[in-house]
Design a protein. Structure first.
Lengths: 150, 407, 375
């Protein structure tokens, strides 16, 4: 009788110990995964480091490349003079994406021939407002994009 | 000092009288409330300080109307035919205009003379044809930026429609009068009049304003291409350009109609009605026309169907409360690829179109895959919860038994 | 717990115990603990409420430390980093959900704990200090909630904080200055995040730890309060449970149940549910249009609603000022209840004090309900 009792107590202890371990594991597992840094390392704040550099922009036939900026789409272009300029890429007319036309020296929306100069100004066509211009900073081979202070 | 003030006071009534516009004093007496003298304060000229005598001549300081008519340079009321020159006295005078409204062009009269309106006025002495004031109104003229002006983009269709949609008035000219009605149904009319998009074209954007005339069939690419530049560019380079010219088909209009240009649908392409391709092409016409049309339609349908599926997958991920902003942004790129695919139809060349369609499809596949991944993640969370919950429950049960066994 | 499984373990553990005991004399502590008892009666269940709140606080500390690894205060990084946590960091959504759920449950737990203590008159001498420290802890809890609410720098938080801090402006004399100190300037800006962040992760935890230590030390030293009518009960009729292991085990069981509920809520409703919700939504826009309904968190609702319902003027005072004075006086009375109630120590029912308690509960419930019903 005494033997049976002690084996049962053993079982309960084992059961409780196993449950405790499993619970600790269930808590530790997500915590460990949380601590493990994600690919992008840190949050993209208002300053964004582009995932590409000058060579990739140059390689594009249009000398321009779009990028994701928070919830918006941006475009960075290489001007003839060799400057990098970045803008919100969504046309202010009907939300199409603008493209760089180095042949015309403009940003062009193919949907309704909306045109913006390389300062983002809406120079012709239906767009009612200029494109938002971003601040571009080059540090070594890295390109950083920032929203202009209001 | 006192003397000076006295003299000044003495002169005040004279100064006031000299500045007074005697035209209005009399004309307001005998004109109705909507007469020129009453409404002129709303006129853009009045707001710029240009008064009655600047156009009509005479002398505003005179009190007797008969005396006014005697003044040198008194022009009175111009006849219908005289109106264009009456306005052009200032509006075609570059020096004068520079001092009053430097941004305004001074070629309106020259253009008017090239318009159907101007030609008929001067050649046929047509008294019904539009002159300046028919469109601009008179004595309460505005400019294109004033919302109540007859030349504001939102009002232009009705300004033109005043005559052009009046069958009785237009009867003797033998032209259609359904333009305004058609325009109102068109994608342009809806954008302009319903969505209040001032960037959408009104009558004058295609027909010109002072030089108003129907555009020539071959020049449609230039007219429509003002906004639809890529479509026009592609079309001109396509084999259809020569074929249309040969048959004297107006290029854009043949498929899209003119005033009634509705939002194009994918059904316009393909080898079955209501495709517009089958109006000319048939199976055995010796061209690859229908074959290409069918392939185009297949491409577009592929992207559209892919986008629909991506939307459904994404919506499920959204309703499950997952973070989907990246995919929403990617769907915008899909939209862009679809626009480009549809635009490339105007090249009538499979090689130009397919890369856009393939890109669009690839993007929709990515959205679908990622959304499915998010949905999987959702279920993974539930399963993980189940497992964790089970562990906690096991531990709780163990503890409970232990408590029950305490002495 | 599984020490009895093998002799090797046992010897190791007992060796470790001996090593520590020889230096810190914990035998005395264990001896002390083993004599501790918890009264057994129909309201014994209330004894677990403080423990639940403590457990939720520990979860707050743990999940808060985790969030701290990725969170970056500042107007142009706060929102982005929270968004990063819930979208990019693995289980980031879970940690945020746990932190938010646990915060709300902790405030709720603390409130219930306080009211049960109040109505069982457990605040009476000699436990005045426990009561005072408890009131302080609740105040800190609510400040924790208020400051933490702004940190994601989203629309919801921005406008609620603007309204919330705006009320401080009605405080007489120092109102204006208080407002500026709270906000770090005239308006709610990035400077406010800095302040609230410092408050939330440094000042409040430090203050909380001090008060909590006092609170727990007092509870441990004095033991659980016995029901008022036990004063006149013969010893033979009083029942007790051993604190260790009986009460501790039960406490642990309750904690596990709470943990399970918390996990369930966090996974199924990561953004909260009903009026207790915290979707990230849009980033705060300083010049944006406020949403139609700005609501504070539920535990501020009664105060918010009461202040809103006050007329523009009460006597010669401005409505809002009157409200703040009334709340201050009410709060002070509530905190001073161990001194106001002279009867319960003698085993008698303090009718007036209890009536005041009932009034406070009804007032808070009614105002909260009204607050959610209007609009």
């Amino acid at each position: 009788m005494a033997k049976k009792d002690s084996s049962r107590r053993d079982f309960i202890s084992w059961f409780l110990g196993g449950g405790t371990l499993a619970t600790l594991g269930a808590i530790a597992y997500p915590a460990m995964r949380f601590i493990n840094p994600p690919e992008s390392g840190e949050a993209n704040v208002s300053q964004l480091k582009l995932p590409f550099g000058r060579p990739e922009i140059q390689a594009e036939p249009s000398n321009g490349k779009t990028f994701k900026f928070g919830r918006d789409l941006g475009i960075i272009v290489l001007t003839e003079a060799g400057d990098l300029r970045a803008f919100a890429a969504t046309c202010t007319h009907l939300d199409c994406t603008v493209q760089h036309r180095p042949d015309l020296g403009i940003l062009w929306c193919s949907c309704h021939n909306g045109r913006y100069d390389l300062d983002g100004g809406n120079i012709s066509g239906p767009p009612p407002r200029p494109l938002e211009k971003y601040v571009v900073n080059e540090v070594g081979d890295d390109i950083f994009i920032k929203k202009e202070e209001v | 000092m006192k003397k000076l003030i006295f003299i000044l006071i003495l002169f005040v009534p004279v100064l006031v009288l000299a500045g007074q516009n005697n035209c209005l004093t009399c004309h307001q007496d005998f004109e109705d409330d909507d007469g020129p003298s009453h409404i002129f304060s709303r006129d853009v000229h009045s707001q710029k300080g240009i008064g009655c005598v600047d156009c009509h001549g005479g002398d505003a300081s005179l009190e007797d109307m008969d005396e006014v008519r005697e003044v040198r340079g008194y022009r009175g009321v111009p006849s219908h035919r005289e109106v264009p020159d009456f306005c052009a006295r200032c509006h075609s005078d570059a020096t004068y205009m520079r001092n009053h409204n430097p941004a305004l062009a001074t070629d309106q009269l020259d253009k008017y003379k090239t318009s159907v309106h101007g030609e008929r006025l001067y050649r046929n002495n047509d008294k019904k044809v539009a002159n300046c004031i028919s469109c601009h109104s008179v004595h309460e003229m505005g400019n294109g930026k004033m919302p109540h002006s007859s030349t504001h983009p939102f009002n232009i269709p009705y300004t033109c429609g005043k005559c052009h949609s009046n069958p009785e008035y237009m009867a003797e000219y033998g032209i259609a009068t359904d333009q305004l009605h058609n325009f109102e149904q068109s994608v342009h009319g809806k954008a302009l009049l319903e969505k209040r998009d001032a960037g959408a074209p009104a009558c004058n954007d295609c027909h010109s304003n002072h030089g108003a005339a129907p555009p020539g069939t071959e020049n449609l690419a230039a007219v429509c291409g003002t906004c639809h530049a890529l479509e026009a560019e592609l079309f001109v380079k396509s084999p259809h350009n020569d074929a249309f010219n040969e048959k004297n088909f107006p290029m854009c209009e043949t498929c899209h109609s003119n005033h009634l240009v509705v939002k194009p649908s994918d059904a316009m392409i393909g080898d079955k009605p209501p495709s517009v391709c089958i109006r000319c092409h048939s199976d055995n016409d010796g061209t690859k026309g229908l074959e290409t049309a069918k392939a185009f339609r297949g491409m577009i349908d592929m992207v559209v169907a892919g986008r629909e599926e991506a939307h459904i997958a994404l919506r499920e991920a959204i309703t499950k409360g997952m973070m989907t902003t990246d995919e929403e942004l990617r769907l915008k790129e899909v939209d862009q690829a679809l626009i480009q695919t549809r635009t490339q139809v105007h090249s009538f060349n499979m090689e130009d179109m397919s890369p856009h369609a393939v890109l669009g499809k690839a993007l929709t596949d990515t959205v679908k895959a990622n959304s499915a991944g998010l949905i999987d993640e959702y279920y993974f969370r539930r399963k993980g919860l189940g497992l964790a919950s089970l562990f906690i429950t096991l531990m709780a049960i163990g503890l409970y038994i232990k408590i029950r066994r305490l002495p | 717990m599984s020490a009895s499984n093998s002799g090797k373990d046992e010897s190791l553990i007992s060796k470790g115990y001996d090593w520590i005991d020889s230096r810190f004399k914990i035998d005395a502590l264990v001896e002390y603990m083993s004599h501790k008892v918890v009264p057994l009666h129909s309201h014994s269940i209330f004894y677990y409420l403080g423990g639940i709140t403590l457990f939720l606080f520990l979860i707050q500390v743990a999940s808060g430390i985790l969030l701290l690894m990725y969170y970056r205060p500042g107007a142009d990084s706060a929102y982005e980093s929270v968004r990063f946590i819930i979208s990019e960091v693995e289980f980031g959504w879970l940690v945020r959900a746990i932190h938010s759920w646990s915060a709300n449950l902790m405030v709720f737990g603390a409130f219930i704990h306080m009211f049960t203590v109040f109505f069982t008159k457990a605040y009476r001498a000699p436990r005045e200090l426990t009561w005072f420290s408890g009131i302080g802890l609740l105040a800190l809890c609510m400040t924790f909630g208020f400051s933490g609410y702004l940190l994601p720098w989203n629309e919801l938080a921005f406008f609620a904080t603007r309204v919330g801090t705006g009320m401080a402006g009605a405080v007489p004399v120092i109102g204006e200055q208080l407002l500026i100190v709270m906000r770090g300037g005239e308006g709610v800006t990035g400077a406010t995040i800095g302040r609230f962040f410092g408050l939330h992760v440094a000042i409040l935890p430090a203050a909380f730890t001090v008060l909590l230590t006092i609170h727990l030390a007092a509870v441990q030293r004095q033991g659980m309060s016995e029901p008022v009518d036990w004063v006149n009960k013969p010893e033979s009729e009083k029942k007790y449970m051993k604190f260790f292991p009986h009460f501790i085990y039960r406490d642990a069981l309750v904690w596990l149940i709470v943990l399970n509920i918390l996990a369930l809520l966090a996974v199924i409703f990561p953004d909260g549910i009903g009026v207790v919700h915290w979707p990230l939504g849009e980033k705060a826009d300083l010049f944006g249009v406020p949403p139609a309904v700005i609501r504070p968190e539920w535990y501020f609702m009664f105060a918010f609603q009461a202040l809103k319902m006050l007329p523009a003027h009460v006597w010669f005072l401005e409505g809002e000022l009157f409200g703040i004075i009334a709340f201050s006086v009410g709060g002070l009375l509530w905190a001073m209840v161990p001194f106001l109630d002279r009867k319960s120590v003698k085993g008698k029912e303090p009718k007036l004090v209890m009536a005041f308690g009932v009034f406070v509960v009804i007032f808070i419930l009614a105002m909260t309900i009204v607050g959610y019903l209007v609009e």
